[in-house]
Ligand binder design. Sequence first.
Ligand code: ZN
Ligand code: ZN
Length: 162
Amino acid sequence: MQADAPAQALLPAAHTTPDQQHAAALFVASQAHDADDCRALLAMLGLTPTPKRKRGRPRGNHGHGHPARYAQGCRCPECRAANADRCRGLQERRVADPEAADRAGHGNASTYQNYGCRCRPCTEANSAKSLAYKQAQRAKRASVPATTTVDCPINTVRGAAS
Ligand SMILES: [Zn+2]
Ligand SMILES: [Zn+2]
């Protein structure tokens, strides 16, 4: 391995600053033949690759009742309401801009629902989608196992009769 000689010259990772480790890791990476080779070399030196920085801005610290907090996974009533508000605003903006539906493309149920487009291809796509949904729901209900207990609420579902 060509990288052995320069790699031995590097200080053990424990006695180096993060900056030195980073420089060393970069040097090792520049000597490696491929990603696996690079990982092996870094492991030999006890270096861990610098964690990838996540894309975009760092996570904001929003209070509850903020759509960003909802996007971070909170489902409390305030965050749900804030997110619903935001979606309503987006929806209104999409519906108000007729070109937005063109950009989204016609013949899609999503263009019918999200952009309020009522052109023929969108309407047909939406009808087909809702029909498929209804059929799937019906099939789901029909597959509920039959039970002999008369007062079981499942018996009130007329799945087997249809
Ligand atoms: Zn919340
Ligand atoms: Zn359309």
